[in-house]
Design a protein around this ligand. Sequence first.
Ligand SMILES: Nc1nc2c(c(=O)[nH]1)N[C@H]1C(S)=C(S)[C@@H](COP(=O)(O)OP(=O)(O)OC[C@H]3O[C@@H](n4cnc5c(=O)[nH]c(N)nc54)[C@H](O)[C@@H]3O)O[C@H]1N2
Ligand SMILES: Nc1nc2c(c(=O)[nH]1)N[C@H]1C(S)=C(S)[C@@H](COP(=O)(O)OP(=O)(O)OC[C@H]3O[C@@H](n4cnc5c(=O)[nH]c(N)nc54)[C@H](O)[C@@H]3O)O[C@H]1N2
Ligand code: SF4
Ligand SMILES: [Mo]
Length: 732
Amino acid sequence: MSEGNKTISRRGFLKASIAAAAFGAGSRGGTFNTLLPRAQAAQAKEDPGWESKYTVCDMCFNRCGMIARVKDGAVKKLDPNPNFLKSRGMVCARGNAGIAQLYDQDRLKHPLLRKGARGEGKWERISWEEALDYCAEKLQKIADQYTRCGVMFTPGSDTQTQFVRRFADVFGSYNVTTHESMCLLSKNRAYLDTFGEVPFPDVLHSKYVIVAGANPFEAIITPDTIDFMQARKQGCKIVVLDPRFTKTAALADEWHQIVPGTDMAFFLALSHVLINERLYDAEECCPELTYGFDRYREHVQQYTPKWAEKECGIPAQDIERIAREIAAQAPRAMVYPGRRSSDYENSTQNRRSMAIVNALLGNWDKPGGLLAAREVGVKSPRYDIPWYDDNPPDRVEAGKVPGLIDHEGSFQLMREAVLAGEPYPIKGWFSFKTNFMQTAANRQKTIRMLENLDFFVNIDIYMTDTAWYADLVLPGNTFLERKDPVSALQGSSACACAVLRDPVVPEMFEARSPFWICQQLAKRLGFGDSFDFSIDDYREKQLENLEGALMAMQEDGAYYNPSKVYGIYVDSPLKTESGVKEIYNRRYERADQDPMPVYKRPSQPGEEEFRLVLGRTAFFTHSNTNNELLTEFMQENTLHMHPEPAKELGLQDGDLVEVQSSSSKGRLKLELKDGIQKQTVYMATGFGSLSPRMSRVYEKGASITEVMEDYYDQITGNMAMHETLVKVRKVS
Ligand SMILES: Nc1nc2c(c(=O)[nH]1)N[C@H]1C(S)=C(S)[C@@H](COP(=O)(O)OP(=O)(O)OC[C@H]3O[C@@H](n4cnc5c(=O)[nH]c(N)nc54)[C@H](O)[C@@H]3O)O[C@H]1N2
Ligand SMILES: Nc1nc2c(c(=O)[nH]1)N[C@H]1C(S)=C(S)[C@@H](COP(=O)(O)OP(=O)(O)OC[C@H]3O[C@@H](n4cnc5c(=O)[nH]c(N)nc54)[C@H](O)[C@@H]3O)O[C@H]1N2
Ligand code: SF4
Ligand SMILES: [Mo]
């Protein structure tokens, strides 16, 4: 057992349960008492020879609290940590399958150097020494031949991402982009530009929630998913807009099968009713607290419910009724901001139309509404970033869209710039924990980009499709083997907490952490000083202001900061340009963008054409499909289609079909679904793998990124994954 990783004693458990229950009762009027300690789950295995160790799940970004049950040096079971407020005694199927990931024979076991052509699959096993020397040499060569910005970095989204970012900074490249530009940047932009920050939804205390373009009962987000379940039991009304009959739709009070891409019409009409029937929060919408209300009132006059009905397919009387119902519950009511908004070319404006409804409801910074970030108190240790004279002035995709989020960038625009060699060449790629071949639209384009590079190094735990095309593949360690820095977590009203991970078992094979890899490379590249610390040193700096936090994490699995939840902005201005909520946005106006959302009809599928949409299944996280336990639930993906158009095309359930977009095609089985909109088809992500070493999903079903075309949101450069139109035919 590693240093600092305390075995949890029976006493520790009881103490933790009591502390958490007291916190719940004290600070939140007892709501959590019903959710907290699950006695059975809390029972540590008491058999001799068993050890119980706190950890934090990493099978998706949620970081649910876990207790690993270890016997004879092997992880036998992963239980939920009942005292962890963010996940409150929940671990999902994916979390449980963390064991199958740890012990998977398909895992990368040692560094591999490409021998044949890219994608040919010829590899040579090399030692870590050789791998690190080779990698450092290649990176240095690109810096010398081009510039340091000639290496781009995709540092994943993980607690160790900060080390890869630090490495990129000190090496001298600002071309760093995470998967956020394929996920939520348009949503973030919309809320930043309305409220000055990205909110956390207080679903738990809400009475009325409209969910549009999200599926929290399958796309699990803790604590939102748990809050939705609890709020529903407490009588909160849930209204879902989705072209598919999802699990969330099934459990909601109302489901409206919206025409894809038309949500803005619904929300503008909702605003129309809220304003014209004077149902909005007049106090919150006064000029001292909100900028641009009068102009917005004029703006939405054109957007009547009758007009919206023709666009989005939701009856005008339902729109009017929903407006009246939600207003009656405000401010304990909201349009759920959602997470992934990588949908359409106008996603930022679409989410702005939702954010503005929230502004009209007056729910900002209030119970049951949208919450500002809370105080967690974990510090980000500072470091020096050297200046390199010959570096270009900005990121490679700077200025391509008006609302680029500078520290995230846009993967698609970066890919475009690499392919064009403009405004300067990028010839290297350093990637950790991202699988763009399966998660970025237009896989052929990603391959073409790779062919333009001199060097590509990929750190993963599997030989993914992306790794398959790399020059050097480095085996990462999994969360159960890793020692991580402290990570600050937030979410709804439930928590502002800090957690950490210590290894539950020693590293398997020759797997290593990105921290170790960056440290070794930094030494070779002459900036070893920037990584001259241990994870313990780093944690100490992070926790400088939080006395007792480390002990709390070791004894309870998490440290809570009982900081203020509501009314954070009561006496201070918002972080917007005007200091108040912005319905009308002057920065957009200056950037030649609509300062208020203007509806434009999305491109419509033509004759025998369908819109391709995606969405999560509860079984997998994105492309992490190659898992022995999880593939028991689902072995391949299928194309979902409504029976009516299928009949017109002469297609039957189970037929092998070809789904063709203007960029490429894929083959998979057809599955008829009554609940899907007639001009929409759907397929799950993470199948049709090109890499034979993803043995369970290799050539099973089809890869959606092969079919998806290369659209992006016009404000942020965030991917737009629902713009692709496809044709479907039977394969004979
Ligand atoms: N087709 C399609 N594309 C999508 C989406 C979709 O639903 N469908 N969703 C979009 C969204 S919302 C997002 S957030 C992005 C996500 O985009 P990505 O981050 O690229 O998605 P993942 O498939 O989760 O890829 C994570 C990679 O990390 C590896 N990995 C997992 N754990 C570890 C570890 O501990 N160490 C190391 N070194 N590697 C690890 C996995 O093997 C996998 O290759 O995708 C976006 N793109
Ligand atoms: N099990 C599981 N849970 C996850 C993840 C995972 O991979 N697996 N990923 C995590 C991540 S990174 C993210 S970002 C979140 C994503 O969480 P969500 O955004 O909730 O997940 P999606 O499944 O992408 O849901 C989008 C829904 O929008 C619908 N939709 C498509 N077009 C339209 C439209 O025009 N209008 C409306 N109203 N709806 C539309 C789709 O049918 C789909 O049901 O999930 C997180 N949780
Ligand atoms: S939601 Fe599931 S996979 Fe994600 S962190 Fe929690 S238990 Fe793990
Ligand atoms: Mo995401």
